[in-house]
Write a protein that binds this ligand. Structure first.
Ligand code: PEP
Ligand code: MG
Length: 579
């Protein structure tokens, strides 16, 4: 029996035979060529075939997982069509490289550039460039790789890491869970697994690749454990737990559209995070009572010019219309730093996470931010729009941001436009300075939304995308909990409500603590909503308040997790099972 510890990336238990995915080796045996014109023609054939493949993959992804997943293939097509990429390739060919060597070199440079930026949702771009590189190389070298498409029996996919196109082509109906050697909690595989509601352990180290194909495997995505060759007893135990979990999941889904009311009668708002138009449909289906975080970056990245007010209005309006009177919290642009935006011609930064990003850009370029605000205010007419600003570190920033909203309102009024008037204005609390001066910020906001991803990163000085520090990056660390606690206390003292839209809000182990600390709104990925609501219904404020206080006094994140698990297991079967 072999036990491997990795990062718990998506909760649940998967049991089944291993399918070890080893992409065919792509070795460039002919690095030099002496006819650049012929090599360019070879490249163009491969690029054409790649664009065809991507169009097919896009269609398949739309049908299977919706627009959000499919958008990755638009990005891949854009990478191939990028004139800068073509210019880079032609320069290599002129210098005597073969088409495959040119593709390998030019795209490797892009991968390196993006990897150097770390690995947040946008830094997943490195994976996209690597993916495009592999696709073009397979075509140029005549290597087929369709093993994941051809899956015809239920398996657990084991791999070094999975690329966006691996997972799109994958026959997901046959996947029970994932286990990867690389990746962190924000890697593509982790995000996908959470979206699909499948258990996953990532960053488990190269030893996972020693697992034999077909070996019986257990993936415990809650504990971050992978067990191969378990004995009868352990296997039977996991099977019992997996069956119980499946039952709990079915029951949670059946009640997902009912409100989440604690045992002692407090109704908690459970809403969704979305990052692309179209995702609101999945959120509603999962039982979301609104949108707690509409990330608007999709409009700003990958472009040479800033999106116009009209273009933004057309993107936001359908989302607001679909949500009707349910709240929609739109976050203004959170680009820059690690989320590059070509039209901004950003200077190189040594520390992009501590650099020119989000509200800092919006305030430095007020027209850019005001254009977005006008588009949002117009799109919110007749709906329940709220606007929040990301990465606010100081009172002055929040005051300046509010003043821009006033200006946007005045400009729309002058133009005679129809727009939303009663809009709550809030900010994300994701920088420790903001958390520490929450009491000074309350006069300037209607609400706070805690961004636990960045708040954890900045509090523990642990890059949220770097697998090497993934074990340190845990939002349940008492340092983060204490900041969350003081933000909620300061806000409530001033009658300001507090939500949370970082990953922590959907973490079933964190929910009892957050409830006990008094959090008003929980915003999470759609798949996390049914179990979160089911758990809240089994809890009371009377029991979670003292639990939260105990959590604040624990020496570390794992002690906090143990405490919650022990308490939930003791409390009742159902809550123990959910957590
Ligand atoms: C956060 O930081 O917790 C958050 C929700 O914002 P993002 O993940 O987009 O940085
Ligand atoms: Mg953030």
């Amino acid at each position: 029996m072999k036990r491997l510890k990795g990062i718990a990336a998506s909760p649940g238990i998967a049991i089944g035979p291993a399918f070890v995915h080893r992409p065919a080796g792509l070795v460039v045996h002919r690095p030099r060529a002496d006819d650049p014109t012929a090599e360019w023609a070879r490249y163009q054939n491969a690029a054409w075939a790649a664009l065809q493949q991507l169009a097919e993959l896009r269609q398949k992804a739309v049908a299977e997982v919706g627009e959000a997943e499919a958008a990755i293939f638009d990005v891949h097509q854009m990478i191939i069509r990028d004139p800068d990429l073509e210019a880079g390739l032609q320069a290599e060919l002129k210098a005597g490289a073969s088409a495959e060597a040119a593709v390998e070199a030019v795209l490797a440079r892009e991968v390196k550039t993006f990897e150097a930026m770390g690995d947040s949702v946008f830094r997943l771009r490195a994976a996209d460039f690597a993916d495009v590189q592999q696709r073009l190389l397979r075509l140029l070298l005549g290597v087929r790789d369709d093993a994941l498409t051809a899956l015809d029996r239920p398996v657990i996919v084991v791999a070094h890491d999975l690329m966006p196109s691996d997972t799109a082509q994958m026959n997901k109906a046959m996947v029970r869970g994932f286990c990867t050697a690389a990746g962190g909690p924000m890697s593509h595989t982790a995000i996908l697994a959470r979206n699909l509601g499948l258990p996953a352990v990532v960053g488990a180290g190269e030893a996972v690749l020693e697992i034999a194909n077909e070996a019986p495997l257990i993936v415990d995505g809650t504990e971050g454990l992978v067990i191969s060759g378990a004995d009868e007893g352990e296997r039977a135990d996991y099977e019992r737990r997996a069956n119980a979990l499946a039952e709990t999941r079915v029951a949670a889904e059946a009640t997902a559209h009912e409100p989440a009311i604690t045992r002692d009668g407090r109704q908690i708002e459970v809403v969704a995070n979305i990052g692309l138009p179209g995702e609101e449909a999945g959120a509603l289906k999962a039982g979301a009572e609104g949108i707690g975080l509409l990330r608007t970056e999709f409009l700003f990245v990958e472009r040479q010019t800033a999106p116009t007010e009209e273009e933004q209005f057309r993107a936001y309006r359908p989302i607001l219309e679909a949500m009707g009177q349910r709240p929609v919290i739109a976050r203004t642009l959170d680009i820059g730093g690690d989320k590059p935006a070509a039209f901004l011609s950003m200077p190189h930064e040594d520390n992009p996470f501590l650099g020119w990003r989000a509200i800092r850009i919006g305030l430095a370029q007020p027209e850019l931010l005001k254009t977005q605000l006008r588009a949002l205010l117009r799109a919110g007419r007749g709906c329940n729009l709220k606007i929040m600003f990301p990465m606010v570190a100081t009172v002055e920033e929040m005051q300046a941001a509010r003043a821009l909203v006033e200006e946007a309102w005045a400009e729309l009024r002058e133009r005679g436009e129809l727009f939303a008037q009663a809009v709550e204005i809030g900010m994300m609390v994701e920088i420790p300075s903001a958390a520490l001066i929450a009491d000074l910020l309350t006069p300037h906001v209607d609400f706070f939304s805690i961004g636990s991803n960045d708040l954890t990163q900045y509090t523990l000085a642990a890059d949220r995308g770097n697998p090497a520090v993934a074990s340190l990056f845990d939002s349940l660390h008492p340092a983060v909990l204490r900041l969350v606690d003081s933000v909620i206390r300061a806000a409530h003292a001033a009658n300001v409500w507090v939500g949370m839209c970082g990953e922590m809000a959907g973490d079933l182990t964190a929910i009892p603590i957050l409830l006990g600390l008094g959090l008003d709104e929980f915003s999470m990925g759609a798949a996390a909503i049914p179990p979160a609501k089911a758990l809240i219904r089994r809890l009371s404020l009377a029991e979670t308040r003292p639990l939260a206080q105990e959590a604040l006094a624990q020496p570390g994140a794992s002690a906090v997790r143990d405490l919650v698990k022990r308490r939930m297991a003791k409390k009742d079967d159902q809550a123990g099972r959910i957590v």
